[in-house]
Design a protein around this ligand. Structure first.
Ligand SMILES: [Zn+2]
Length: 420
């Protein structure tokens, strides 16, 4: 017997009233008898968000996060799909490891977890990992990255781009020239000199992006740039797109909202890779997202246990939580500033990443599609505090943020419900 629920008194992102019907986990226009009615007064319907860049830490670093707690944090943030970066222990560089991560995500059933495979063995940048076997596995990997490390070898980048081309895969680069950033701690500039912390020059990111878009052009393959953080990177990507090079790019919520001034507190909660940059960079990133030069927002959710963050700056780990706050922080940076409409922002957090990553069951509300969606309240505020993540490194803690995720549904099943 089918199970049919009607969600009434909803609004879409343009403010129009609507109702939706979910039948056996799918959006439906079925006229058969509705068994349950959910009154959604005050709520806005959005497709489930899709994250192209998440660190779930399992296997190996379960003291920071697990696939279960990360899935719960994702659902609390309105996400129905996340891409798990491979810098676990072991590194996700074989079909066996990526299948294990994929299956654990399915078993928990709270958020679809799509592993990203490592490009090189152990993400060491020395020899290519078994890219084809990971693609052919049950996890069907199409995105490969050595994130955490930059793939700095030009010849390996060329080969990797050639490999993934045959199955329309994509190489996601963490652009950070290693020689230009040895021991780097914060953005290179006046503040790094004043604080006596080793600087991280913008050119370390930009030089790698420039090289890689040229390689992607040469090979005619797909390149994705992780966490773009500088105005100069935006210019290079804009140039590459104008030339027809197959490059896509992401920006994190924190690089859209926070600036390097925050590091004057010496609070390692603001220590992140790439580092927080200048106001001018933040403005360039916001405009680039608004005009489509940057395709998507991705969280780079990077949980760390307390002892890795509550220590001296130089010893602290890089990274911030992101899943639970991404929607709100992005609204604050992009919609409250009138740079983008709510509809366009959600496109860059759901449909567009689903399209780049090839997650066909996500990013769309249409009859016959799996009912992956969230209900949000655009009028309400909340005070940021991580509730689901196992870690507490939230740079927005205590900040009042717009938009409350009220509920998240994965294949028609409620996987998160907001409680005050
Ligand atoms: Zn990275």
């Amino acid at each position: 017997m089918s199970e049919i629920t009607k969600f009434t008194n909803l609004r879409n992102l343009e403010g129009e009233e609507l109702s939706i019907t979910v039948e056996n986990g799918y959006f439906s226009d079925s006229a058969s008898a509705v068994q349950k009615i959910e009154d959604c007064t005050g709520m806005t319907l959005i497709p489930g968000l899709v994250d192209m860049h998440t660190h779930l830490r399992e296997p190996g670093f379960e003291d920071a996060e697990t696939i279960l707690t990360g899935s719960m944090a994702a659902a609390a943030g309105g996400f129905t799909a996340v891409s798990a970066m491979p810098n676990t222990d072991p590194i996700a560089d074989t079909a066996g490891v990526v299948e294990q991560i994929f299956r654990l995500g399915q078993v928990h059933g709270i958020c679809d977890v799509f592993p990203i495979g490592a490009i090189t063995v152990g993400s060491k940048g020395e020899q290519l990992a078994e890219i084809r076997a990971m693609n052919a596995s049950a996890a069907g990997i199409r995105i490969f990255s050595d994130d955490g490390n930059c793939l700095s070898s030009a010849i390996l980048m060329r080969r990797a781009l050639e490999y993934v081309k045959s199955f329309d895969g994509v190489i996601a680069q963490h652009a950070q020239d290693p020689e230009l950033t040895v021991d780097s701690q914060v953005n290179e500039g006046a503040i790094s000199s004043r604080l006596g912390l080793k600087g991280w020059p913008a050119v370390a990111e930009e030089a790698i992006i420039a090289r890689d878009v040229l390689l992607a052009d040469h090979v005619k393959s797909r390149l994705h740039i992780c966490h773009v953080s500088t105005a100069g990177s935006v210019e290079i990507i804009r140039w590459a797109k104008a030339r027809g090079i197959q490059v896509t790019a992401e920006v994190t919520p924190h690089h859209l909202l926070l600036t390097e001034d925050l590091i004057e507190s010496y609070d390692p909660v603001f220590k992140v890779n790439p580092p927080l940059r200048t106001k001018r960079d933040v403005e360039a990133l916001r405009f680039a997202l608004a005009d489509g030069t940057i395709d998507v927002i991705a969280t780079d959710h990077a949980p760390h246990p307390i002892e890795r963050k509550e220590c001296e700056w130089a010893n602290a780990a890089f990274g911030m939580l992101g899943l639970e706050s991404a929607l709100s922080v992005s609204f604050k940076a992009m919609v409250d500033t009138k740079l983008i409409s709510p509809k366009d922002l959600i496109y860059r957090m759901s449909s567009r990443p689903a399209e780049i990553a090839g997650y066909k069951d996500h990013g769309a509300i249409a009859n016959g599609k799996p009912a992956n969606f969230a209900l949000v309240n655009l009028e309400k505020n909340w005070v940021s505090k991580p509730r689901m993540s196992k870690s507490g490194n939230d740079p927005y803690r205590g900040m009042t943020l717009p938009v409350v995720v009220e509920a998240t549904y994965l294949r028609g099943r409620k996987v998160y419900s907001h409680h005050e």
